[in-house]
Ligand binder design. Structure first.
Ligand SMILES: Cc1cc2nc3c(=O)[nH]c(=O)nc-3n(C[C@H](O)[C@H](O)[C@H](O)COP(=O)(O)O)c2cc1C
Length: 193
């Protein structure tokens, strides 16, 4: 069950979030998605431009098609981001879904190119992911999907304006099983005057 967004302390949301790569089949509902988007757009925004736009994909066939398209682009692009890439070439496996069978993909697009639009979209992304975690949901950024999402043919297929720039593709859903947050190095201060 999705819990209210204000059940968790900010500290626990920040420390407890991790990238979820296994999902239960159910899709998240409209009101939950709306709460996540409302949290996303509370992010700071350079010159108050609010450059973000959202595309939601919940159709299973569309997600599968998109995953296949991503894998096809990655076959010719070595700058992918999956952590297991070196151990096994999972992108060439036909049954591998780059969205890990999550029921929902939220893509944060910048309306058009501009100063700081990417920064604004990433700040919105973190708001969304922390809020989802606070509600008992899992998320994972799928950066490897960005190249495919920025192709004109893909934009046309999903009715996205050609000038929009896909910045942050994020899968969202109910986690299947549990995992622990990954560790971080201590913050490195290189100068403190
Ligand atoms: C910009 C960006 C792109 C990412 N792309 C992918 C991706 O394509 N596939 C994936 O499984 N994880 C992806 N991740 C998730 C990272 O692998 C993950 O955040 C990192 O390993 C730290 O783990 P944590 O999020 O559990 O703390 C991405 C994260 C970021 C910030």
């Amino acid at each position: 069950m999705v819990q209210p967004i204000d059940t968790m302390t900010l500290r626990n949301a920040i420390n407890g979030r991790y990238s979820v790569r296994a999902y239960a089949p159910e899709k998240i509902d409209k009101s939950t998605l709306r709460a996540l988007l409302v949290a996303a757009v509370r992010a700071p925004t350079a010159m108050h431009t609010e450059p973000w736009q959202f595309v939601i994909v919940q159709d299973t066939n569309a997600l599968r098609r998109l995953s296949d398209r991503v894998k096809a682009t990655l076959a010719t692009d070595a700058t992918h981001l999956h952590p297991d890439r070196n151990s096994s070439d999972i992108f060439s496996q036909s049954d591998f879904n780059v969205f890990y069978d999550a029921g929902t993909l939220v893509i944060i697009y910048a309306k058009a190119a501009g100063h700081f639009v990417q920064a604004d979209c990433w700040l919105a992304a973190e708001n969304l992911m922390l809020s989802a975690h606070a509600m008992g949901l899992g998320t994972c950024v799928i950066g490897s999907a960005a190249t495919a999402l920025n192709m004109l043919a893909v934009k046309q297929e999903f009715g996205i304006p050609p000038e929009a720039i896909a910045v942050a593709p994020i899968i969202v859903g109910k986690p299947r099983g549990e995992a622990v947050p990954s560790v971080r190095k201590e913050p490195q201060v290189v100068a403190w005057w």
